[in-house]
Write a protein that binds this ligand. Structure first.
Ligand code: FAD
Length: 502
């Protein structure tokens, strides 16, 4: 029997992100996947701004930006006539996010999921992580010391002992079923979505081409996939309309729905039909076994949240698992469920709302959901400590914004596995020194002078504005967690020192 500290089941975006998080903290982990190779389809193609920030921290952002493209505009056709072209923001009815408010990557990014998976796999290997394809988890038992898993490699069984096991094994999760964890929700029984990757002749420009004969509800969409000459096609239909999974059958649907015959599809690389399930687990943890990503929640692809929420699960769990394996109290791991359960519920609502809206313009006054995931927060949770009587707009539990300081950019300071202590105002210098004493590499610190805030993206002085701290008021100490959320806001060191038991 071999051993590892964490066995991660599933080499999708969740398992690979978690693997990177653990490997960069020198935690021994093994990622296994029953498939012979990484998933070949483009399915979760929209990377939200918050995911780009996670990728920045993990060291894959440059590769992601080089391989992908800005999220394209939607181009609506009636036959060959272009009816309109709208940006994602137009479609959502929201204003573009301002970089000036501490959001360095304000726009969604397009990258086929197979490429995202490849880049995460490459980063995992670079960090010294291990991944075994063609290796299926077929059984596991747990006790107080860990989990003993049975793996099948081409029918040959082998046992691995791990301190923790993470089921990142997708919507049909074997781990979830073996645990007997409930997966409550609904299935949209009568609807199906046909999706796949294909090459096409007859279209020009980089868009989400929405082809119709006039009725947007009967559309056939073709998304240009960056870095390739493939398109992702998507067509919703009723269960009894599902065709054979061949390029000829897909071509027939395109011809009918577009009313045109000048677009030719060929080289079908991947095709799938799926039913929308809107479900989530009733527990994210059973003792030493965790559920993350699609294994814990599935929903409509409308709003492009699935892959992104899955990556955020892994990012929340990674630093906590590593900390507990390095000796901090196990209770930290309970906060994974405390924090991610409400987020999963919220994402189910957001995606169902987007699904039902189905390309209709938002009603006047109807708020648009935060699909960019920048406002998702852990306020009020067990790891959010705000000592101020009147907290400002940015509070403990919120995502820590970026900003430029005289010494450099905050996101550069955050990058890595440590906590970051920000002292707002020169008066905080002695408190900052007191907190970091004896913490070694665990805590990095910076004392920030007010400077002069301008509207420039990364103007010196922007930190006070982006954290909503009054430069003329008393100084403030802000502790940023390793996953980029604000853990504590205080005026004296004690609450921060207490927090650093984690
Ligand atoms: C058809 C389809 C279209 C989608 N479209 C979109 C979209 O447009 N936008 C969006 O944001 N999201 C979309 N999604 C969702 C997105 O793809 C998922 O949210 C994302 O892949 C979840 O990642 P994951 O790592 O949790 O699971 P997955 O990517 O499903 O990975 C799970 C892995 O676990 C492995 N596995 C399963 N059981 C075992 C076992 N017993 N032992 C070992 N390995 C195992 C599987 O082989 C798989 O590789 C779509 C999903 C589907 C299915």
């Amino acid at each position: 029997m071999t051993t590892t500290q964490v066995l991660i089941v599933g080499a999708g975006p969740t398992g690979l992100t978690l693997g990177c998080e653990l490997a960069r903290r020198d935690i021994d982990c093994l990622v296994v996947d029953k498939a012979p190779r990484l998933f070949p389809g483009s399915r979760g193609k929209g990377l939200q701004p918050r995911t780009l920030e996670v990728f920045d921290d993990l060291g894959v952002l440059d590769a992601v930006l080089a391989a992908g493209a800005p999220f394209p505009s939607f181009r609506m056709y009636q036959g060959t006539h272009v009816q309109w072209t709208r940006t994602l923001h137009d479609m959502l009815g929201i204003a573009p996010v301002e970089r000036v408010h501490g959001v360095p990557y304000p726009d969604a990014w397009l990258l086929p999921q197979w490429r995202t998976d490849e880049l995460l796999r490459d980063r995992l290997l670079e960090l010294g992580g291990r991944i075994e394809m063609g290796t299926e988890l077929v059984d596991f038992v747990q006790d107080d010391t860990g989990v003993t898993a049975t793996l099948s490699r081409n029918g040959t069984l082998d046992r691995v002992h791990a301190r923790y096991l993470v089921g990142a094994d997708g919507g049909g999760s074997f781990v979830r079923k073996a645990l007997g964890v409930g997966f409550e929700g609904e299935t949209f029984e009568t609807e199906r979505t046909l999706i796949g990757d294909v090459r096409a002749e007859g279209l020009t420009g980089t868009y989400c081409h929405v082809l119709t004969t006039g009725d947007v509800q009967e559309r056939f969409s073709l998304w240009s996939m960056p870095g390739t000459d493939y398109y992702q096609f998507v067509a919703s239909m009723t269960a009894d309309e599902v065709p054979e999974l061949t390029v000829a059958a897909v071509q027939k649907i395109l011809d009918e729905r577009s009313g045109r015959s000048d677009i030719r599809l060929f080289d079908l690389n991947w095709i799938s039909v799926y039913r929308v399930n809107v479900r989530m687990v009733d527990r994210f943890r059973v003792d030493r076994v965790f559920l993350a990503g699609d294994a814990a929640h599935v929903h409509s692809s409308a709003g492009g949240q699935g892959l992104n929420t899955s990556i955020q699960d892994a990012y929340n769990l990674g630093w906590k698992l590593a900390a507990v394996l390095s000796g901090v109290p196990d209770g930290l791991l309970d906060t994974y469920e405390d924090e991610r359960f409400p987020i999963a519920a919220q994402v189910l609502d957001v995606t169902t709302h987007s699904h039902r809206r189905n390309f209709r313009a938002p009603e006047p006054g109807q708020g648009s959901p935060d699909i960019f995931q920048l406002k998702l927060n852990y306020r009020g949770g067990p790891l959010a400590v705000d000592m101020r009587e009147n907290p400002g707009a940015v509070r403990a539990g919120d995502r820590a914004p970026d900003a430029q300081c005289a010494e450099g950019r905050l996101f550069d300071l955050f990058r890595g596995p440590h906590f970051t202590l920000l002292g707002f105002g020169a008066d905080t210098a002695s408190s900052v020194a007191e907190v970091v004493r004896g913490q070694g590499d665990r805590v990095r610190a910076r004392v920030i002078e007010p400077g002069i805030a301008t509207d420039a993206t990364f103007a010196v002085g922007a930190a006070f504005r982006n954290y909503d701290i009054d430069p003329a008021g008393p100084g403030a100490l802000v502790l940023v967690r390793p996953d980029g959320y604000i853990g504590v806001v205080a005026t004296d060191p004690a609450p921060i020192q207490n927090y650093l038991i984690w």
